[in-house]
Design a protein around this ligand. Structure first.
Ligand SMILES: O=P(O)(O)OC[C@H]1O[C@H](OP(=O)(O)OP(=O)(O)O)[C@H](O)[C@@H]1O
Ligand code: HPA
Length: 186
């Protein structure tokens, strides 16, 4: 049986956080993050985790720039959902090119769910010799299935234990550019 399309699930999905709420949450995150890096001699390496992290990372980057914090950009792509609504093994599709030795690294992603992705990514950055690796996520999902050893240093909003999409997150590779976070009907 083929899965329903975005157009079929959207009418019955719930809006969990609207755009105004997310704008305010990202501004609050920037208020906290900017002072944490303000006295560093070198800009943090700001690593966007593609694809889902892109809209959030862009908005956070502007908010940090507004607050006087310069960033050096890079990106990586690690995926374990691959258009499905449950995860499997992590596949690295792109690794950052910028040397990390001695650098402070700030990872930006859309969601911390079970944590496999960010745990692996953070460990990889540490193995590259990063001096400090912090995690900024737009959303944290509330459940007790998180793997040990990973938490977010900076969080925008909490989401319920349902499949969520929008604001970077996909429903079967659709809906990433919806400007709100939705949850599939249970
Ligand atoms: O905490 P976890 O359970 O590991 O899930 C979180 C990860 O899953 C999503 O990526 P996905 O694998 O869907 O790749 P994508 O961003 O390219 O869609 C999301 O962007 C996070 O990186
Ligand atoms: O609930 C989710 N939605 C979209 N992508 C995800 N990746 C992990 N969990 C989710």
């Amino acid at each position: 049986m083929t899965a329903p399309t975005l157009a079929q699930v959207l009418p019955t999905a719930d809006v969990i956080h609207d755009r105004e709420t997310l704008d305010a949450a990202i501004a609050r995150m920037a208020d906290v993050i900017a002072p944490d890096y303000a006295n560093d001699a070198q800009a943090p390496l700001f690593v966007t985790i593609m694809h889902g992290g892109m809209p959030f990372a862009a908005q956070l980057a502007f908010a940090l720039g507004e607050r006087g914090l310069d960033l050096e950009f890079d990106y990586l792509h690690a995926t374990r959902y691959r258009g499905n609504t449950s995860g499997s093994g992590l596949a690295w599709l792109h690794r950052p090119a910028t040397p990390m030795r001695g650098r402070r690294v700030l990872l930006a992603d859309d969601i911390l769910d079970e944590g496999h992705t960010l745990l692996a990514v953070k460990r990889w950055c540490e193995d590259q010799g990063a001096a400090d690796v912090r995690v900024a996520v737009l959303a944290v999902k509330l459940h007790d299935r998180r793997v040990d050893g990973i938490e977010a240093d900076y969080v925008g909003v909490e989401v319920p234990d349902r499949y969520v999409f929008g604001y970077g997150m996909d429903y079967r590779e659709q809906g990433r550019n919806l400007p709100a976070i939705y949850a599939l009907k249970d």
